[in-house]
Design a protein around this ligand. Structure first.
Ligand code: S3P
Length: 437
């Protein structure tokens, strides 16, 4: 990869068997819970992307001993709590990292200053500062709840918090703060979001009660629970597996298997949607890995048709709409994505950038305040554009996949950002036969 950008063009079929990198959500959590716990946490399959490496560095700053033992093998010696960092904590590009760490840090009597890259410094932190403030944390920050921000934690009171936006990051920040609050912490989710924090808290020995009633999910965390170090095997990231799998669906003659993909139903909305579009996606070797469902996923080139994606599915595929929009550009008819306003506050405004990128590639696209409609003709998209990614890894990978099947090549700027979530993406895709230069 170079600073000049990357170009993907149509070549032969994609074929092969690969492993997706470790799940980003679970990787962040394994380091943070490992640092909060007493004793040793051993992690296998950790995502060694820039986002997670920033979290590893942050956990060192809060007093944990974090060591890399080998490829994806990490050890965290937790001290049963966080100590005050001696310097500013830089979370890089990682919204999940900074929001979960701020939640965890709020439980301790310490001051910590957080910052990140230009994208992270532009993202809203008010969504976690609201509930953390109700619990008793205080802070100073830039206008609009933006980083850099100095948080003062300690002396928290538990709250009952109903999520105003379907965000696992907000839920997780409240639960992690609740570990060190007085009283029982309750989070109510009108729409269920990824539940890795709940699952992993249990793996670290905590009791977390989850109940579903009237379409809502309620999570209860009793106070005063001690976490004990655990052994974590991180499954493959479905959000990363999505790129080679969609590439196989749109490049004629392709067949690609991604092994060991996390198939937690709260993460698998893309695969469900692709199947509704007519995708030949097969699951094999379904198994349980450390309390999470995992399987091998095979995609074969398929004639896709446009569908309406149910808005209530959004939390289970929120990071996958950019690559779904690419699949939709090769489908026959409109694919309507609604209720996806959260896409606008990710690493970039992903509705605006996908609309711009697809339009530049002459695909039929309409942008809505909280939605995107992509209308394909069943024939390859034209392509032939250079796309501005605004430093967003998923915008870059999505357009490179588009270029692999489009009539003319597609180029992206800032490809270095791909390493935040998918180090080795270009090499993996080339290994399948992709022409990316
Ligand atoms: C994540 C939750 C999602 C997702 C992000 C990872 C997590 O964000 O977009 O990439 O690990 O909890 P929100 O919870 O804010 O939707």
């Amino acid at each position: 990869m170079t600073a000049q950008g990357l170009t993907a063009r149509r070549g032969g079929p994609l074929r092969g068997v690969v492993r997706a990198p470790g799940d980003k959500s679970i990787s962040h959590r394994s380091l943070i819970l490992g640092a909060l716990a007493d004793g040793t946490t051993e992690v296998e399959g950790l995502l060694e992307g820039d986002d997670v490496l920033a979290t590893a560095q942050a956990m060192r700053a809060f007093g944990a001993v974090v060591e890399r033992l080998g490829d994806g093998r990490w050890r965290v010696q937790g001290k049963g709590g966080f100590a005050e960092p001696a310097d500013v904590v830089d979370c890089g590009n990682a919204g999940t990292g900074v929001r979960l760490i701020m939640g965890a840090a709020a439980g301790f009597a310490l001051a910590a200053t957080f910052t990140g890259d230009a994208s992270l410094r532009g993202r809203p932190m008010n969504r976690i500062l609201g509930p953390l403030g109700q619990m008793g944390a205080s802070w100073v920050c830039r206008a609009g709840g933006r980083l850099p921000l100095t948080l003062q934690g300690g002396g928290l009171q538990a709250i009952e918090y109903r999520l105003p936006v379907p965000s696992a990051q907000v839920k997780s920040a409240v639960l992690l703060a609740g570990l060190h609050a007085q009283g029982e912490t309750v989070v109510i989710e009108p729409e269920a979001t990824r539940d890795h924090t709940e699952r992993m808290l249990r793996a670290f020995g905590a009791t977390v009660a989850v109940s579903d009633a009237g379409g809502e999910r309620t999570i209860r965390l009793a106070p005063g629970q001690k976490l004990r170090g655990a052994a974590i095997r991180v499954p493959g990231d479905p959000s990363s597996a999505a790129f080679p799998l969609v590439a196989a669906l749109v490049v004629p003659g392709s067949e690609v298997t991604v092994e060991g993909v996390l198939l937690n139903p709260l993460r698998a909305g893309l695969f469900e949607t692709l199947r509704e579009m007519g995708a030949d996606l097969a699951y094999a070797n379904l198994r349980d890995q450390g309390g999470e469902p995992v399987g091998d996923v095979t995609a074969r080139h398929s004639a896709l048709k446009g569908v309406d994606v149910p808005p209530e599915r959004a939390p289970s595929m929120i990071d996958e709409y950019p690559i779904l929009a690419v699949a939709a550009a090769f489908a026959d008819g409109p694919t309507r994505m609604r209720g996806v306003g959260e896409m606008r506050v990710k690493e970039s405004d992903r509705i605006a950038l996908m609309a711009a990128g697809l339009a530049a590639c002459s695909a039929g696209v309409e942008e809505e305040p909280a939605g995107l409609t992509v209308t394909g003709t069943g024939r390859p998209a034209a392509g032939g554009a250079r796309v501005a990614t605004h430093g967003d890894h998923r915008i870059a990978m999505s357009h490179l996949v588009l270029g692999l099947a489009a009539e003319a090549a597609v180029a992206v700027d800032e490809p270095g950002m791909i390493a935040t979530s998918f180090p080795g993406f270009v090499e993996l895709m080339r290994g399948l036969g992709a022409e990316i230069a």
